[in-house]
Design a protein around this ligand. Structure first.
Ligand code: CTP
Length: 373
């Protein structure tokens, strides 16, 4: 057993139900045998000879022990089957480079890189100075483990991060790979702290130069129940529309993420007009993603704006007239587009408090009919 589960077990933390194993042999063959015994399903990801077995809720990854060579910074590694030692040596941090042999009765942790010591002194430390340049996504991983575990990235490792950043190596990583790291952070309890730290260490600005402002995140520190796109909105909060578009391109954002970014920026830009008529605010908000609105309500520094956005989500957007199209026809409104127009007018009047009962609505319809347009 390697990586996360060994680290977490050594820390007495609950071990996740996705376990990682290294096999110094043919992992796909072993996985096939195991899956048959456990009644699970096997998937082989051929590029790295890695294999996943799914048994109900549990996920087991078995990889063939391998060594890795990075042909150039940020590239995917060239891998070849190798020993357990080589397999541990290809990993990111000492705390993730430990193994527990399962074939022994009284197993002891195999720890060639001082992982246990770094768990004890609460340090995130790389295995070699080229680690971040080989794989710059580790810049985000370092921050993630540091903040998740309440550790410190060691001085030497911080210097290595700076060196990789100064070399511009973050540029070599694809948008999809960076986005995957963001996704992992968004799912963490301390996501806001992680993103703030990644800004502080110039990791986010290296991914995109506009990601320098943590203002939207500051108020979220200590917040543990935000949906993932809340953090995305907090990051987008201080971007200009042009930068938002540029970030979308850099990270190859899928449509739903792109919408949260775009709508968060639209909300910030029009925040000052949210004290106007309810019907006007509602019409504007109807065109935006409710996820972005909910996130913005959480991070806006203006309590009145936040309260109005919450009211929109809980109340205003659900408002509809008591009268139906059929009622309007029966009252003599001509069929066709006029019905829709009158229904919308009733809705506006209801949102703005000009009608509050069905009788009020009927009176307004009569007025509209006698107005004759
Ligand atoms: N790893 C690495 N470099 C990466 C990604 C992963 O060296 N860029 C190694 C680490 O040894 C890590 C293991 O692969 O422990 C598994 O990676 P992952 O599943 O991402 O992390 P876990 O350690 O399992 O931690 P967690 O899922 O708790 O974040």
């Amino acid at each position: 057993m390697v990586g996360g589960p060994v680290r977490d077990a050594a820390l007495d933390l609950p071990v996740a139900n996705d376990l990682d194993f290294v096999f110094a042999g043919d992992a796909p063959a072993l996985a096939a045998e195991l899956a048959e015994e456990l009644g699970g399903e096997v998937t082989v990801h051929s590029r790295f000879g890695t294999t996943t077995i799914l048994v109900e809720e549990d996920r087991v990854d078995i990889v063939t022990a391998r060594s890795e060579v990075y042909p150039f910074p940020g590239s995917l590694p060239e891998v070849s089957a190798s020993t357990l030692d080589d397999d541990l040596a290809r990993r990111d941090f000492s705390i993730n480079a430990m193994a527990l042999p399962l074939s022994e009765d009284a197993p002891e942790v195999i720890d060639p890189h001082g992982g246990l010591e770094n768990l004890a002194n609460q340090s995130v430390v790389t295995l070699h100075p080229g680690s971040f340049t080989d794989d710059p996504t580790r810049l985000m991983r370092a921050v993630r483990y540091e903040q998740r575990l309440g550790f410190q990235i060691s001085e030497t490792t911080l210097a290595e991060m700076k060196h990789t950043l100064a070399g511009g190596h973050a540029d070599a990583v694809s948008g999809d790979r960076w986005r995957h790291e963001f996704q992992k952070i968004f799912e963490e309890r301390r996501a806001a702290e992680m993103l703030l730290r990644a800004i502080e260490l110039s990791v986010l600005p290296a991914i995109h130069p506009a990601l320098t402002d943590g203002q939207g995140l500051t108020g979220l520190a200590g917040e543990t129940h935000l949906p993932p796109n809340g953090y995305l909105a907090a990051l987008a909060m201080s971007l200009s529309a042009a930068d938002g578009e540029d970030v979308r391109r850099r990270l190859n954002l899928p449509a739903d993420w792109a919408r949260v970014v775009r709508d968060t920026i639209a909300l910030r830009e029009s925040e000052s007009s949210f004290d106007g008529q309810v019907s006007r605010i509602s019409r504007f908000l109807d065109g935006l993603d409710p996820n972005a609105i909910a996130a913005f309500a959480r991070i806006s520094e203006d309590p009145q704006v936040a309260a109005r956005l919450r009211r929109y989500l809980d109340e205003w957007r659900l408002v509809s007239p008591a009268l139906t199209g059929d009622d309007l026809l029966a009252m003599g409104v001509p069929p066709g587009v006029k019905i829709g127009e009158v229904l919308r007018e009733l809705n506006v009047a209801k949102l703005d408090g000009q009608v509050s009962s069905e009788a009020d609505e009927r009176a307004l319809v009569q007025q509209i009919i006698s107005r004759g347009n």
